[in-house]
Structures are given as C-alpha cells and as structure tokens.
Design a protein around this ligand. Structure first.
Ligand code: PA5
Length: 428
C-alpha cells in the first residue's frame, strides 16, 4: 500500500496530446515558484500558506485547552457559520468524528425558519449547550441572526452570566463581533485577518470545532505541514499540486467545463462540499473556471451515472480513493433464496472496491478523462494533507487560469437586492 497521496490520469481517448502535460508543467514552473515564495500581491491573504503562521503548535495547544473545557461540560455544541466559516470543520467532523463528546449541531448556514425552529427544538433535549459564532467581518446575515437567536436562547436557559461562559465567537480582531465579546464577556477566538473564509481550515475557524468534536488537530495540522513541505520541495515536473492544477486546466482548455469529484465513501460528502466552495469561489470569475460537481457513490451512480456515461461530454472526473480498510461487514450465509449467494463471504469493503474499479473502467472507456487521487487512509493526518493539497492546488490552478483565487466579487450581486429589500441602513 502506498504511504503517500498519489495522482494518476487515464486518458483513453487521448484528449491530451502526448507530452502536453510535461510542456504545461514546464510553462507553469514560475507559478509554482511564486506560490512557494509567497506572492507580494497576495501578501494580505496568504496567512494560511505556511500553516505555522495561523495554526502552529502553540495555537493548537491553546485550542485544545479551550476545547477540553467545552468537552468536559457540554452535551451539545453549536457551530454558527456559513461558507468558508463552517465547511472545513463540518467536513472533518462528518469524516472523522470519534465516538463520544458533545453532539455537534450546525446553524447560521441557512435562513430557513424551519431549520432554525428544528435546531431550537433539538437543543431543548440537551442539558449543557455551548456555541461558537464564526464570522470574519460579522456582516454576513445568516450567522448574524442565528447568533442573536441562539444567544438569547442560552440567556433564557442559563441567565446572562452563565450564558456568556458558554459563548465563543471567532472573528477578526477589531471587528464588531470582537467588540460584542469584549462588552459581554464571551470567549473570543481569532479569524486571522490574512486568511479568507475558504482557506480558514488552517486556523481557529476550522480547528476549534474539530477539537471540540474530539478530532486530533495535532495530527491534522502535522498532515498540513507535511504536505506543505512536500509541495514546497518538489520540482514542477514532480509536484503533485502543480500536476493536478495543470491537468485540470488542460482539460478546461480542451472544452471540459465541469470537474466531478467522485468517491465511494459517503464520509467524504461534506469534504466534497468544502471542495466545491473552495474551487467555485476561487476560480469561477471573469467568465472562466471549471464548475465543481460531486458524485457520492455508489448512490449517485443510480442518478447521475447515466449522464456521466452517455450524456453531453462536458465533464472530467477526479476519483478520490481511500486505500486503508477501516471497516468490515461480511455477507453471511442465508437459507432463504434471495439470489445474492454469489456474494456470500464477501466483505462490503471489497464489494465497494470492485464497484469503484468498475466505474473507473466504464467511465474511462466511455471517453471521460479520469484522474485518480488516492489517499492512504481516512484519518486526521491524511485529511490534513488533503486539505492543504487542495488549498495549494487551488492557489496554483487559479494562477494557471489567470484569476485571483482569494476574492469573490460575484457574491455581492444578490446581496445588494436582498439588503435593500430588507431595509439595511446605508443600502439604497
Ligand atoms: O470563502 C469565503 O470568503 C466566503 O465563503 C465566506 O467564508 C462566507 O461568505 C462567510 O463569510 P463570513 O465569515 O464573513 O461570515
């Protein structure tokens, strides 16, 4: 079994000319060199790049201490946040959450009254509740109003002083959220000024909720550092992130418009949501970019599988494989005739692997360019590596595409209408 994350490419229809990747890698070597050095033009948004600037061992130790206080007392912990402010924590919690510890609830990621009601009803069933409101500049509507509702809920249940002990907020120093914490005694954690939402897994934003859920953030951040070292040291032709960035851009240049992340582990469903947000907000601008879509298999083979195999040839696929066997359910003997005897004695794990190999074969033979990203295991260290690999790949890929990976001017368009119609002061 491979110890490292690997990337391979199957191109049965020879969409890319022989040598095209090598040529692209050579042409893009300066993009890699600039990213490794840290570009001056992005100096105010590259806080995540070294890992140590925002998630060094001391910060991790501090977060573990804070999380231990919550874990010792809480039976429910609500993470309030949207977009980059909650996606990474949710990805890790859904993929790795160990047994025990407080229930983790998610709020502030929707304006649905029904969901808010449901969360409040669910909270009535817990004795000891803590919350963390995560918002970079605290103007985002969803976490803002969810925080107000949940703060008031805690105050009603525990009284103001006790509620304050149970409230964490993660924002930028000097923000209105910071002021609220100073005024009312909430514990303030840092949303680094130099880190945008979708890159914030490398900070308190992603790491604190993970630690409360019992995820080993020491191993996770070590995984990030190990991947950083690997990517910073590898020359262009061997660089995993640059290879991935170049392949996806070459396929875009050939007319493919979607990258589909496909996997056979539903534990990765929320990692996939994180990935979608990272790439859609970072690259989808100036009329450019690949649209990121997901197939969570084998379930989605029974819905979008038909389109993938025979529909418009607009997508290429990146399969995310997990190598290490970490679960086992064997199909036992059965007297009743259900016609599944041919699978008797076989493990779900192996059947899933066979389904996965069959899908790669069918899709690549059907003409879909297939990339395969194989991770040795689904554990904290590897997930840390994978987070960092994708952050850095996204940075490089946007460089190859020629767009700024750290802004998102397009998301303001709908907000103008919404805030005007809601009567926000200063919006006309
Ligand atoms: O990646 C981003 O920058 C965005 O998705 C933000 O994370 C999201 O809009 C939430 O922003 P904020 O943390 O300011 O509430």
């Amino acid at each position: 079994m491979e110890k490292d994350i690997t990337l391979s490419f199957t191109d049965r229809r020879q969409v890319l000319a022989p040598g095209a990747l090598e040529e692209k890698l050579r042409a893009c070597a300066p993009i890699l060199a600039a990213a490794v050095a840290g570009e001056e033009r992005y100096a105010d948004v590259l806080g995540w790049r070294t890992v140590d600037e925002t998630a060094g061992p001391e910060r991790v130790a501090f977060l573990l201490e804070q999380a231990a206080r919550v874990r010792a007392d809480a039976d429910a912990f609500v993470v309030i946040g949207i977009g980059g402010s909650n996606q990474a924590a949710r990805a890790a919690v859904k993929a790795l959450r160990p047994e025990g510890g407080p229930a983790i609830l998610w709020a502030g990621n929707t304006i649905s009254a029904c969901e808010m009601e449901r969360t409040l009803r669910e909270l009535n069933g817990y004795q000891s509740i803590y919350i963390d409101c995560i918002a970079k500049n605290f103007e985002t509507l969803e976490p803002g109003i969810a925080f107000r509702v949940l703060r008031q809920y805690l105050e009603k249940r525990y009284g103001e002083a006790e509620a304050a002990r149970r409230i964490f907020a993660t924002g930028t120093p000097g923000s209105t959220l910071h002021q609220l914490c100073l005024d009312h005694g909430y514990t303030f954690l840092t949303f680094p000024e130099k880190v945008g939402g979708r890159y914030s897994v490398v900070s308190d934003v992603g790491l604190f909720p993970m630690a409360v859920a019992g995820i080993d953030i020491t191993a996770l951040t070590q995984g990030m550092r190990d991947m950083r070292d690997q990517l910073f040291a590898a020359p262009a032709e061997e660089n995993l992130a640059l290879r991935y960035a170049c392949l996806r851009n070459l396929l875009l240049e050939k007319g493919y418009r979607l990258e589909m992340l496909s996997f056979f582990e539903p534990r990765l469903d929320y990692f996939a949501k994180w990935w979608i947000q990272l790439f859609a907000e970072s690259e989808g601008k100036e009329g450019k970019g690949l649209y990121p879509v997901v197939a969570s298999n084998s379930e989605d083979l029974h819905s979008i599988g038909q389109f993938i195999q025979q529909g418009s040839p607009i997508l290429f696929e990146t399969f995310l494989h997990v190598q290490a066997r970490d679960a086992s359910v064997v199909l036992a003997h059965e007297e009743k005739r259900d016609y599944f005897d041919y699978l008797e004695g076989k493990d779900f794990w192996d059947i899933n692997q066979v389904a996965c190999r069959a899908t790669v074969a069918a899709h690549s033979e059907g003409g879909i360019p297939c990339l395969e990203l194989t991770i040795p295991a689904l554990d904290e260290h590897t997930l840390g590596q994978l987070f960092y690999l994708y952050l850095f790949t996204c940075y490089l890929s946007a460089g190859v595409l020629g767009v700024n990976p750290f802004d998102q001017p397009g998301v303001e368009a709908y907000k103008g209408y919404m805030f005007k119609n809601l009567g926000k002061p200063g919006v006309s």
